[in-house]
Design a protein around this ligand. Structure first.
Ligand SMILES: CC(C)(COP(=O)(O)OP(=O)(O)OC[C@H]1O[C@@H](n2cnc3c(N)ncnc32)[C@H](O)[C@@H]1OP(=O)(O)O)[C@@H](O)C(=O)NCCC(=O)NCCS
Length: 80
């Protein structure tokens, strides 16, 4: 998301729509990934019903340090 447009509900609306489409297409699983430490992404994904599923340790370098890739699996309709 372009930084000028973050924090306005667009990411959440897009992800909700993506989940709806995947359900309509009868996807067996929906998963998503973020880099450990990205607490905004983690919060967003958990709020829509994703839970941590597995990690790839020190998967990617970001701002000079290697961080875990955290895979999350969609398990249900989340809090919001
Ligand atoms: C992560 C990202 C996609 C979220 O999209 P967004 O449009 O900014 O997020 P939204 O406005 O829909 O907010 C989603 C939730 O995060 C919270 N949030 C958003 N920005 C936040 C911030 N800077 N600090 C704390 N919480 C924040 C919102 O309050 C909301 O939570 P709520 O529903 O409980 O109120 C977007 O911020 C982004 O592109 N960030 C940089 C790149 C990135 O991290 N991508 C994801 C990689 S996995």
């Amino acid at each position: 998301m372009h930084r000028d447009y973050r924090g306005r509900g667009i990411g959440k609306a897009l992800l909700k729509k993506g989940i709806e489409v995947a359900k309509r297409l009868k996807a067996k699983n929906i998963w998503i990934e973020y880099l450990d430490g990205n607490n905004v992404a983690k919060h967003l994904y958990e709020s829509l019903g994703f839970v941590e599923w597995c990690r790839l340790p020190k998967y990617r370098k970001h701002y000079g340090r290697y961080g875990d890739s955290v895979k999350m699996l969609y398990v249900g309709d989340g809090k919001k």
